[in-house]
Design a protein around this ligand. Structure first.
Ligand SMILES: *[C@@H]1O[C@H](CO)[C@@H](O)[C@H](O)[C@H]1NC(C)=O
Ligand SMILES: *[C@@H]1O[C@H](CO)[C@@H](O)[C@H](O)[C@H]1NC(C)=O
Length: 192
């Protein structure tokens, strides 16, 4: 039986409609992520386009993100989970004393303090972002960015030492830069 001879039942019609709506929504969201990440990476060379799109897409909420403000929320939530996870990871590393020498141990302790302070900073930033207090959110997210940089720089003070937190610090730095960039677009309305 050819499909053309099948009547379009109301059920089939609504299924088609659902499929179409889903397709359109995800395509639009993808387009928004693409445009946003393109602008972010143009405005700040520290932000890699692929990192930006992959990160934003990893959030299930991004499939429905119809506006820039939502993408900003997603990026701050990503920082939140990054920072919390890294803080816990550092704690584990510090506990495992035999794996690290005294220099690294000291660096890790500094990083632990930095990330412990970063957790409430991101929380505050989320609150201020929701209230569109972008100036305050900017200060708080900049401090998170600084925390990642300061943590990473600590390991560089001794030759031959490889930071066990390099990727994590880099991710937190880049995600914060993304959130700051998105806030800049929201403030100036210059996203497109
Ligand atoms: C988004 O960018 C990706 C990678 O460049 C591309 O494959 C995709 O077609 C783009 N999607 C939209 C809706 O622009
Ligand atoms: C941090 O965020 C990035 C980008 O979303 C992700 O790839 C990475 O796995 C996250 N790291 C942790 C430790 O959660």
């Amino acid at each position: 039986m050819s499909s053309s001879s099948m009547p379009l039942s109301p059920l089939r019609l609504s299924l088609l409609f659902l499929l179409f709506t889903f397709h359109t929504t995800t395509t639009t969201a993808q387009g928004l992520i693409n445009t946003t990440c393109k602008t972010c990476s143009q405005n700040n060379p520290n932000i890699k386009f692929n990192f930006c799109t992959t990160s934003l897409q990893s959030s299930p909420a991004s499939q429905c993100a119809g506006d820039l403000h939502t993408l900003g929320t997603i990026s701050i939530k990503l920082i939140q989970s990054n920072v919390t996870d890294t803080n816990c990871f550092i704690k584990q590393l510090i506990k495992n004393k035999k794996l690290v020498n005294p220099f690294i141990q000291r660096c890790l302790e500094d990083c632990f303090d930095l990330y412990s302070d970063a957790i409430p900073s991101v929380e505050q930033a989320m609150e201020n972002y929701d209230l569109e207090r972008f100036v305050d959110a900017n200060v708080e997210l900049s401090s998170v960015m600084d925390a990642a940089t300061t943590c990473e720089d600590g390991f560089k003070e001794k030759r031959g030492v490889v930071s066990p937190l390099m990727k994590r610090n880099g991710d937190t730095f880049q995600l914060s830069a993304m959130a700051l960039s998105i806030m800049g677009m929201l403030q100036t309305g210059s996203q497109y």
